[in-house]
Design a protein. Structure first.
Length: 209
């Protein structure tokens, strides 16, 4: 069963409050999503493996540490996942970025895939799928299926806010995928929005609607 981590660092929680607030405008919303994504990336990379290396400092030879594991790939789910990319890249600038385009059909709430472009070596990378919202879980679930179909074996999912329904579907269909959240909210409403949530992440990020 996948692990679920709610990243309760005070800075993440503080900024999430402003992200949720309906009076926060597009410019500030975008900046906050960027900042929270960087803070979350700091937490989710805690377990990256290290190996020893030898270097020369200006003073002497020293044995120090460098990252040793798989290279990282970010996979934002379009559109709203794009808002999280730059914050994470500030910490992991060498990561490659793939894109999966999905939107939720407003009637059926089922995801429709319209675009996919991935680094050629995804099977060798640790992939972090990013999307601000994990609501019914349909979009993230389909994105992960798409990545696995193309050879990915090492995947984490990172979202700002999730509903229990979304967490459940990922745990059922992808027990190998650990889930990292800023908050686990109460439930979905009848339109599939997370309660209390933050509204429509794509619209708030890009100023549409
Ligand atoms: C939002 C959000 C997720 C999805 C979550 O995208 O960014 O991708 O909904 O809902 P789910 O867990 O029920 O699938 P949306 O479909 O609104 O598309 P957009 O990012 O293009 O606005
Ligand atoms: N997508 C969003 O952007 N917000 C929600 O609350 C649910 C799905």
């Amino acid at each position: 069963m996948s692990n679920v981590y709610v990243l309760d660092h005070p800075l993440i929680q503080h900024k999430l409050t402003y992200i949720r607030n309906k009076h926060t405008g597009t410019k500030e919303f975008r900046a906050l999503v960027d900042e929270v994504s960087a803070l979350m990336a700091f937490e989710i990379t805690r377990d990256l493996p290290l190996e020893e290396t030898t270097i020369e400092t200006p003073v002497m030879e020293a044995t120090t540490k460098v990252l040793s594991g798989k290279k990282i790939g970010l996979v934002p789910i379009l559109r709203a996942g794009l808002g999280m990319v730059d914050g994470i890249l500030r910490l992991i600038p060498a990561a490659k970025v793939g894109h999966v385009g999905l939107y939720r059909d407003p009637e059926t709430l089922k995801p429709v895939e319209y675009y996919i472009k991935l680094p050629s070596d995804i099977e060798e990378r640790e992939l972090i799928v990013i999307d601000p919202m994990l609501a019914t879980g349909g979009s993230a679930n389909d994105a992960i299926h798409s990545l696995k179909k193309r050879g990915a074996t090492n995947i984490k999912l990172m979202c700002l806010i999730a509903a229990p329904e979304g967490v459940e579907i990922i745990q059922k269909d992808h027990p190998d995928v650990d889930i990292y959240l800023g908050a686990l909210d109460e439930k979905l409403n009848e339109k599939g929005y997370i309660i209390p949530g933050l509204g429509d992440a794509g619209d708030r990020l890009f100023g549409t609607k």
